[in-house]
Design a binder for this molecule. Structure first.
Ligand SMILES: *Cc1c(COP(=O)(O)O)cnc(C)c1O
Length: 363
């Protein structure tokens, strides 16, 4: 059996939810669980966060999985329907649809099903990815309200491009643009992702949409989730499978990229890019061996990594090696791999064993 294991800390998920709620107590909270709960497991996260007011998913298929797992709250499909058949499926599963494009209005106008579909109307306030131009809010809102198959309680939403930079004027402009566009419509609103929940109180609105922070990940560059009081919800760990003595000048691993500066012990741990450990992780990326820091050396292979065991004379085959999570911020590992924390947790592959724990994180 391979040793790589991702432990999901259910207590951390619940603590992070409580922290986010405490920051915006007047708002309802949608737990965003796209990409299999940011790699933590869709059903597992939904069970741990059963008190969320809604779930946000990227596909109808994920909505189906959540309904099958017993989720009864609102489930919002964040990119909405692509074809006519999607509308029937959204209704059958009682999923809310985000409507962001003219083509989707045409789908809605072309159908005759009178069962009310719950709609979130997405406005582009400056990110320029999905959404109707904010200036069209009134007109599109009126068209949707006139459709017999659309529930009249439409949520108006927008998404921020740069809310993780807390002094960036772009977010202020987006808040202003959205606020003007929806003024007087008396509609329910939703603006805030994780970073905006923690950093932009003016953007809380009626519905929060929390993703990364629920999983304990940082919401601003150069910091870790712990800096915001968040707890890591995933620990990826494996074991040492070999300890080898090499001589000064020995070159380690594929490409012979790392040269031993002295006679030393090399540790080999059972994890690699086949498990989702990033191949781009460079020499010097931290890991924990037996709870203490050590460094990656040489290239990451599919199944294995090599570690500098100088200063770890007590290390033994079978010792636990933590790749990220409790005790080692995933943000720090991501920085060494030239990516962001979300990318690492989403990238854990299917061959990794998943476990759950319900224990309080060590202080
Ligand atoms: C993914 C997503 C979120 C959550 O973003 P985080 O930064 O992870 O909190 C919120 N809203 C929309 C529309 C999203 O796609």
């Amino acid at each position: 059996m391979r040793a790589a294991c991702a432990t999901i800390h259910l207590t951390a998920l619940r603590a992070n939810l409580a922290l986010l709620r405490s920051r915006a107590p007047a708002s309802r909270l949608m737990a965003v669980v796209k990409a299999d709960g940011y790699g933590h497991g869709l059903e597992r996260v939904a069970r741990a966060l059963a008190t969320a007011d809604a779930f946000g998913v990227a596909s109808i298929a994920d909505g189906l999985r959540l309904r099958a797992a017993g989720a009864a709250q609102r489930i919002v499909v964040l990119s909405g329907p692509d074809e006519l058949g999607d509308l029937a499926e959204l209704r059958r599963l009682r999923l809310d649809a985000v409507i962001h494009h003219e083509a989707q209005l045409e789908l809605l106008a072309a159908e005759t099903d009178p069962r009310p579909l719950r709609v979130w109307l997405k406005l582009d306030s400056g990110m320029h990815r999905l959404g109707f131009p904010a200036a069209r809010a009134r007109e599109v809102h009126a068209r949707l309200r006139a459709m017999p198959g659309v529930d009249p309680d439409i949520v108006l939403m927008t998404h921020f491009a740069n809310s993780d930079v807390f002094d960036d004027a772009q977010t202020l402009r987006q808040i202003e643009c959205f606020t003007q566009a929806v003024a007087g419509l008396g509609a329910t609103t939703s603006l805030a992702n994780s970073a905006a929940i923690l950093g932009w109180p003016a953007a809380h609105g009626d519905w929060l949409r929390a993703g990364g922070a629920l999983y304990g990940m940082s919401v601003s560059e150069g910091s870790s989730g712990a800096d915001f009081g968040l707890q890591a919800a995933m620990t990826l760990a494996t074991r040492l499978v070999a300890i080898n003595r090499v001589s000064k000048g020995a070159r380690i691993g594929y490409g012979a990229t790392w040269e031993a500066p002295e006679d030393m012990d090399i540790g080999v741990a059972a994890v690699g890019y086949g498990d989702g450990y990033p191949r781009s992780a460079s020499a010097g990326t931290p890991v924990l061996v037996g709870g203490r820091r050590a460094q990656l050396i040489g290239r990451v292979s599919m199944d294995l990594i090599t570690l500098d065991l100088r200063g770890h004379a007590d290390a033994r085959i079978g010792d636990p090696v933590v790749l990220w999570g409790q005790g080692l911020a995933v943000e720090e590992v991501a920085a060494h791999a030239g990516t962001i924390a979300y990318d690492l947790t989403c990238g854990v592959t299917r061959r990794v064993m998943f476990a759950e724990d319900d224990l309080q994180a060590p202080a």
